[in-house]
Write a protein that binds this ligand. Structure first.
Ligand code: TXA
Ligand code: MG
Length: 313
């Protein structure tokens, strides 16, 4: 594809130039691919919302290279630093109190008093961030409510030619969006991900309640329908149905044209990595229904089930 650019010194320079003109590019991260724009520029943020057809009340995650650059935009405390030391750079997003004199566009955080921030680990996006004088707002590179892209071709599948520059970083390592944790006020897990609630609890030496038990919606982006391939999905299925794509896990399912195995060896990391790729493939093959077997609900399985439930809503 013409709009896919391989990871090279020259192309990183091109990417930088485009971002400095407040235009939007697609970038790899270790979780999923994202649409990146200058977080200090209202113009860039408007472009992101428009491209994604994203509701304006759903704020974006701001991506940083270092702690030093974050300090201009958000208040940090001991809990944050403890987690930062263990999990960043990596797939953990922190919701912090935004500083009054922060230059982050208020459109990027939907006019809230907080901002969500992340330090991605992927080496390509880190190289890019390091050379910029502003942080990047990077939502997943899909049309709002759709399936997140996990490679450069998926971004083309979502946006066609309307994204002119996609930095290629091959397939993403994790395949699911980052864990989101609220650290402003009561600690809450807002979105499960590769870093589990238990791991976070251990570092903080503190129990974190389930979001389910929290009545008020704390994350405006917790839309009920999300991550959806646009086909009805049925969960906890036991048997193969000839008319539906069947997503399975483990050795006991026989190969068949409509059987899609997330991991023969029940490797949950592999299953997470393959989930979005599989949903996209099934959709593009023209299936009208998807059945999914029961997925064990622990560790990253919790994040897989979260995405499947929202895709099935
Ligand atoms: O792994 C990821 O986080 C990817 C890659 C590209 O970095 N990005 C991503 O962004 O998943 P997005 O925009 O698809 O999801 C951002 C989530 C939404 O659920 C949003 O509501 C939540 O973060 N969020 C952003 N700012 C927030 C805030 N101030 N308070 C609470 N939730 C916030
Ligand atoms: Mg998203």
């Amino acid at each position: 594809m013409k709009n896919i650019y391989k990871n090279s010194h020259e192309n990183l320079k091109k990417a930088k130039k485009i971002l400095e003109k407040n235009n939007i590019i697609a970038v790899p991260t270790e979780t999923v691919y994202g649409l990146a724009g200058n977080a200090y520029s209202n113009g860039s943020i408007k472009k992101i919302y428009k491209l994604k057809k994203r509701p304006k009340f759903n704020p974006l995650i701001i991506h940083y290279f270092s702690l030093k650059s974050l300090k201009k935009d958000a208040y940090i405390d001991k809990k944050f630093l403890k987690l930062f030391k263990v999990f960043s750079p990596g797939p953990l997003t922190y919701v912090l109190k935004k500083k009054k004199n922060s230059k982050i566009s208020s459109l990027a955080n939907a006019n809230l008093k907080t901002i969500a921030v992340r330090f991605p680990a992927n080496i390509i996006i880190r190289k890019l961030l390091k050379n910029l004088s502003f942080p990047l707002a990077i939502p997943s590179a899909n049309i709002s409510s759709g399936v997140s892209p996990v490679n450069a071709n998926d971004v083309v599948d979502e946006f066609g030619k309307s994204i002119k520059f996609i930095l290629d970083g091959r397939s993403t390592k994790i395949g699911l969006e980052s864990t989101v944790i609220n650290l402003c006020g009561k600690i809450r897990l807002l979105r499960p991900g590769a870093i589990s609630k238990n791991e976070i609890s251990k570092v903080l030496k503190k129990n974190i309640p389930n979001t389910k038990k929290v009545r008020k919606v704390v994350s405006p982006g917790l839309l009920k329908r999300h991550y959806s391939p646009g086909i009805p999905i049925k969960l906890n299925c036991k048997k193969r149905d000839d008319k539906a794509a069947f997503i399975v896990l483990g050795k006991k399912y026989r190969k068949n044209r409509n059987v899609f195995n997330l991991s023969q060896n029940n490797n949950m990391q592999e299953a997470a990595r393959k989930l979005y790729k599989t949903l996209r493939k099934i959709k593009n093959l023209g299936y009208k229904k998807i059945n999914v077997v029961k997925i064990p609900n622990n560790k990253i399985g919790i994040a897989i089930n979260d995405r499947l439930k929202k895709a099935a809503y």
